[in-house]
Design a protein around this ligand. Structure first.
Ligand SMILES: [Zn+2]
Length: 346
């Protein structure tokens, strides 16, 4: 058996591939996770891929990912594809799965939701999602719901009574609480009332790119104090306000910044690659980004890092910028795996 324990483990902490897979499924293409995305993930050297299976936003026409029943259907579709993969991928549900994934040389998928509006105050839905493999939870996307307010809300108020109960339930289940997209008052309510590490799966540095989706220095320090982690987002609008400055070097400035502020242990990758969505539906992306002050046509792209298969370009540039092999290994995946294992109950 070929093991990879000494090699680099790459964890992509945020993606929408599952929504695309479900969209394809609805349109008669039943094998797109395995047939289309898996080869790309392999090319990029990815070992663990986090899949969003629902949330408070609209992306693919006909994919009602805000609806609790549809989320069950999206999960079912991914589980069917994993089962059909003939041992090429597994679902990550517990600590030992990380080792199994390495030993079997498979790609591990982990389920996440990006906004919990579909759960509301019926936590039995959350527990059932957990039983099916959901492990990462964001309370909100950009808007508000019964639990909290997102970063696109004017006059945010913080967690609601249900929001406090919800984070207790997430803690109890040993799920990963993700604060990307949440408003600042809700963020601080979580920091002050939650004991486990928290993550921001796909957020950058506010001081380098002033957008509500990015984190202030105080937020970065608070996440590090809780032994959590921040995944760097590759979307141009969160890298620099000036599209002419959106490039790989500027992206690495965000990594440098977090490393210098709190240390390399607290940073990883949450790229949110959208190349495959853009091909079909750039208009849908436009709608959701306008609420956070981004005009899509003014967003630059990382030309040499637009899709998951181009991740090796990032590793090359990190080496050129003087990152040690060990720091690159931590940043590309080891840090995220450590945080997930610390949070999981089993
Ligand atoms: Zn997002």
């Amino acid at each position: 058996m070929k093991g990879r324990s000494d090699e680099m483990q790459i964890v992509d902490a945020h993606s929408d591939y599952a929504l695309k897979t479900f969209y394809d499924y609805l349109n008669g293409r039943k094998n797109s996770l395995i047939a289309h995305h898996l080869p790309e993930l392999k090319k990029g050297g990815v070992n663990i891929e986090v899949l969003t299976v629902g949330g408070d936003f609209d992306l693919y026409p006909g994919v009602k990912n805000r609806d609790p029943l549809t989320v069950f259907q999206i999960i079912d579709t991914q589980l069917q594809e994993i089962a059909r993969s003939q041992g090429e991928c597994i679902l990550i549900r517990k600590r030992s799965d990380f080792e199994v994934n390495t030993q079997l040389d498979t790609i591990g998928f982990m389920f996440a939701i990006e906004g919990a509006g579909m759960i509301g105050n019926d936590f039995s839905i959350l527990r059932n999602y957990y039983r099916l493999g959901l492990r990462c939870v964001m309370l909100t996307h950009n808007e508000n719901n019964l639990l909290a307010d997102g970063c696109g809300v004017k006059n945010p108020q913080g967690l609601t009574e249900y929001g406090y109960k919800f984070i207790d339930e997430v803690d109890e289940l040993g799920m990963v609480l993700d604060v990307s997209h949440i408003s600042e008052p809700s963020f601080w309510d979580i920091i002050n009332n939650y004991s486990d590490p928290i993550i921001a799966s796909h957020s950058n540095v506010r001081n380098l790119c002033d957008n509500v989706r990015n984190l202030t220095d105080e937020q970065i320090k608070a996440i590090a104090e809780k032994k959590g982690i921040i995944g760097i987002n590759f979307y141009g609008g969160f890298i620099d306000k000036d599209m002419n400055n959106v490039n790989l070097e500027r992206l690495i400035d965000h990594i440098d910044y977090i490393r210098d502020l709190v240390g390399i242990s607290y940073v990883g990758i949450g790229p949110d690659f959208l190349n495959y969505v853009e091909k079909d539906f750039s208009k849908e992306i436009s709608k959701s980004t306008l609420s956070i002050g981004i005009e899509p046509e003014k967003v630059g792209h990382l030309e040499d890092l637009r899709e998951v298969s181009s991740l090796p370009n990032l590793i090359k540039r990190l080496r050129a910028r003087g990152y040690s092999r060990d720091d690159i290994r931590r940043f590309m995946g080891k840090n995220f795996i450590q945080v997930y294992k610390a949070i999981f109950n089993e």
